[in-house]
Design a protein around this ligand. Structure first.
Ligand code: THG
Length: 265
């Protein structure tokens, strides 16, 4: 399981303040802690919803430079803006990167898929289109088909693409857990060479005992073929769920990671 650390995200008020103050030390602490906890990638999202596009580009370039000066962990660059993504990848200068994200919309695909090819980056693609997140499994698969077609057209191999079936809160629509899991299952059938990713914690939005729900959902998703998760790597319960899920679906040879994680405790 590929863990993508979610904690550098401007939607978290304390992180927004770090970005606005350009607090190098606190940003590095967030990056280093997540790397040490076992993140394969660190997500970087500086979108505050305020300020101009140029402000956001400068904030992203600052964050990337500060982090990559201290650690070699690959970065997951989280923005919907192709111009910002390009500016970020220039700072990365060939270091391993994951673009987060594109979606099934023609203009977006024709910007971002070639960008991934040019910078030799992997790409997260959301199972949504210009109208938003489809409610049904079939419509999410149709979005994935359009994405796969664009990847083929622009020469991005599907094994560099992480399809995201998308997670909506069960508190607002009780069918959404099932829709995400079934979409994941169908993606693995139809696009067997692609990888899958999702942001887990949305599932529990608006409910008590979120960590328990998130961990249960992680187990179900790994069983359905989830390859990567955007999650909190500093949350012991979530990292324990990664270890237990992998061991139970045969993705942890000789139970090695499981044993190492729990023997220490
Ligand atoms: N798919 C893709 N990218 C994504 C998402 C997705 N990027 C953004 C988001 N969804 C995933 N990232 C976050 C980051 C932070 C939080 C939730 C999702 C968050 N963090 C709080 C904190 O750290 O303080 C609370 C954590 C908690 O309660 O568990 O809320 O779906 N491709």
């Amino acid at each position: 399981m590929i863990v993508i650390g979610e904690k550098i995200n401007a939607s978290i008020p304390a992180v927004k303040a770090i970005i606005q103050k350009r607090d190098d030390k606190k940003l590095n602490e967030l990056a280093q802690k997540q790397a040490a906890a076992g993140s394969a990638y660190i997500d970087v999202n500086v979108g505050t919803g305020e300020g101009s596009r140029d402000d956001e580009i400068l904030a992203m370039q600052w964050a990337i430079e500060i982090i990559q000066n201290k650690i070699d962990t690959p970065l997951c660059i989280d923005s919907a803006d192709p111009i910002l993504l390009e500016a970020a990848l220039e700072v990365r200068n060939g270091r391993t990167s994951l673009i987060n994200s594109t979606k099934a919309e023609d203009d977006n695909l024709k910007e971002i898929v070639p960008l991934a090819v040019r910078h030799n980056a992997a790409l997260i693609a959301l199972a949504m289109d210009e109208h938003g997140i489809p409610k049904t499994i079939q419509d999410r698969l149709t979005a994935c088909e359009k994405i796969a077609e664009a990847c083929h057209r622009f020469g991005l191999s599907l094994d560099k693409v992480f399809l995201d079936p998308l997670v909506l809160p069960v508190s607002t629509d009780i069918q959404q857990g099932r829709v995400t899991l079934d979409t994941l299952t169908e993606i693995k059938k139809e696009f067997s060479t692609s990888k899958t990713v999702m942001g887990l914690s949305n599932i529990s939005y608006g409910l008590p005992e979120r960590a328990g729900l998130n961990a249960a959902f992680l187990h179900m998703a790994v069983s359905a073929g989830l390859d990567a998760a955007i999650m909190d790597p500093l949350d012991q319960q979530m990292m324990a769920a990664v270890r237990t899920a992998e061991v139970l679906v045969g993705k942890d040879r000789h139970c090695r990671r499981y044993t190492r994680a729990f023997r220490k405790r």
